[in-house]
Every structure is written in structure tokens, then in C-alpha cells.
Design a protein around this ligand. Structure first.
Ligand code: SF4
Length: 291
């Protein structure tokens, strides 16, 4: 729970505040941009919620925060924020909220599909939190867990045990050591289902992989994200743990695919026309080759 005695001085006066435990994951700024800002290395409240909509988003940010760094002076119930997740992003894909510190606040997603189409897919792992687990149960549970790479898997074992679902992860990221049921090898794309294409994308880590859903939505892990500053797609060289050369090569592979949405673990989500996304991807690739 956020502690008022650790309240950052950068917060404006009022009910909501961020304390010194903030790890600068960006979740609150994406979820409630009307209230939270980056003041340099951490987040703070720059404007208190002004209406019911902004209040709701602020409570969602409070719930999603991986480090419980957001608090209220009134200790008001955050129930509306809790009940908001999973929240719809696009088509039948939901953002789970409840990010985990173990994944540095990485975003996890739920694809909701009827059982006859293979059931729901959890993409990376949120925090194993009772209200979220209950909501996911109500939405049909989890039939499969796709794990993009070793850094964003948080409570994967708890979700797998609770929902009795197999996990899919690449051997390059120690999938066997993590007890994963389906271990991917090599770099060849692999259909997981009629509408799910797994694409190995080594670079950020050795075993990084992305998931393409219905040729519309690319779950990009930490391989690719939208940059709000550059207003285009980007990759993060300063957090490339394995090989920038490999990551650039993997990015080039993605040019062969069609998608309208990029839903990353870290970085901004973005949706648009497939042709525009393709142009952004080409621009990202060109920049990677220069860096
Ligand atoms: S969600 Fe929490 S940890 Fe992440 S930037 Fe906001 S306050 Fe900091």
C-alpha cells in the first residue's frame, strides 16, 4: 500500500498521490494520462481527477500499479478500479491490469475465444490476484498461456496450476527450467491454432517470441512497441539483453505479416490501419539498422 509519508513532492496537492516506491513502469500514465505524468524517472499526480471518468481511470491506475505506489489520502475503496479489469482493448482482446513487479509492470492480455475455437489465451502473466482470477474464470478461464520471454512471466506457474492450462515458451529463455509444458525450438514460425501464429523473434532475449492473432493483433512482448514521443513503432536498444543484430533481423521478419494492433509488454499500445503499421515497422527497422 502506498505510504503518505513517502509521498513524492512532485505530486500536486489532493487525494491521489504516488509514493517513492514507483519504478517508473509507465502503466499509470497510459491508463490515466489526465492525472499522472512522468516528472523524470518516476511518476506523480500532476492534476487530481476532475470528473467521474477521470476518477475511474485513476482507480484503474492504482489497481494496475505493480508496486502499489499509488494511494489516496482518503483510503477510499478502489473497487471500481478492481472491477474494471480485464478491460477491452480491441476486438476480443483485454488488458488484464494488475501488473506485477516481478515483470517490472509488463502488461498481460487475455484473448477471449469460445471453447470451440480453442478457448481463452493468456498472453504473458499478470499478478496472481484473487479478483482478477475470479473475473478471468467468469470470462471462460484460460486454455493456453503464451509467454513471450523470460522477463514478463511473473506468476505464470500459479496461473497454469489454477487454470490447468499448458504454457508455451521458447527454449532459448529456459522454458524447460520454468517447467513449461510446450517448449518451442528454432526460429521457424509456428501456428498454435487457426488464428494464432507464433513467431520466434530472438534479440531482446535469446528466446523471445511474439504472437499474431487473426492477422490483426500482434502481441509483441518487449520486441516492439509504440513510442508516444516519436509517434511511430520503436524497439529499445538500451534494454536489448541478447543481440541487437538478432533483434533487427527478427524485426525484418515481421514485415511479412499483416497486423493492425501492437500490444507490447512494455511501451505503448497502438492500433491503426495495417498499411500504416507496415510503414511504421519499415521506419523502425531503418532506424534499428542505423543505431
Ligand atoms: S504504475 Fe506505479 S510503478 Fe508504474 S509508473 Fe505509475 S506509480 Fe510508478
Amino acid at each position: 500500500m502506498a505510504q503518505i509519508r513517502k509521498r513524492l513532492t512532485e505530486n500536486v496537492a489532493g487525494e491521489f498521490f504516488v509514493d517513492a516506491s514507483c519504478i517508473d513502469c509507465d502503466a499509470c500514465r497510459q491508463i490515466a494520462p489526465a492525472s499522472f505524468r512522468d516528472h523524470g524517472g518516476q511518476s506523480s499526480v500532476f492534476r487530481q481527477p476532475q470528473n467521474p471518468g477521470e476518477l475511474h481511470r485513476a482507480f484503474m491506475a492504482l489497481v494496475a500499479c505493480p508496486t502499489a505506489s499509488i494511494g489516496t489520502t482518503t483510503h477510499r475503496s478502489a473497487r471500481t478500479g478492481v472491477e474494471a479489469f480485464p478491460v477491452l482493448v480491441a476486438h476480443d482482446v483485454y488488458f488484464c491490469g494488475f501488473t506485477s513487479q516481478a515483470s517490472f509492470g509488463a502488461w498481460a492480455y487475455l484473448i477471449v475465444r469460445p471453447q470451440e475455437r480453442g478457448g481463452n489465451v493468456l498472453v504473458d502473466s499478470p499478478r496472481f490476484s484473487a479478483p482478477l482470477v475470479k473475473r478471468i474464470e467468469e470470462m471462460g478461464g484460460v486454455s493456453l498461456m503464451f509467454l513471450s520471454h523470460r522477463d514478463d512471466i511473473a506468476d505464470h506457474a500459479k496461473f497454469a496450476a489454477h487454470f490447468h492450462c499448458p504454457r508455451v515458451m521458447h527454449e532459448g529463455d529456459a522454458a524447460i527450467a520454468h517447467g513449461v509444458e510446450r517448449v518451442i525450438t528454432g526460429t521457424a514460425p509456428l501456428p498454435l491454432d487457426d488464428d494464432l501464429q507464433l513467431i520466434p523473434t530472438p534479440g531482446h532475449t535469446r528466446g523471445h517470441q511474439v504472437l499474431l492473432y487473426q492477422d490483426k493483433i500482434l502481441f509483441s512482448g518487449d520486441h516492439l512497441a509504440w513510442s508516444a514521443e516519436r509517434e511511430t513503432l520503436t524497439a529499445f536498444r538500451d534494454v536489448c539483453w541478447y543481440s541487437w543484430t538478432e533483434q533487427t533481423r527478427s524485426m525484418e521478419k515481421l514485415l511479412a505479416y499483416h497486423f493492425e494492433w501492437v500490444l507490447p509488454g512494455h511501451g505503448r499500445i497502438h492500433g491503426g490501419m495495417a498499411d500504416d503499421m507496415h510503414e511504421h515497422l519499415k521506419r523502425c527497422l531503418a532506424r534499428m539498422k542505423r543505431e
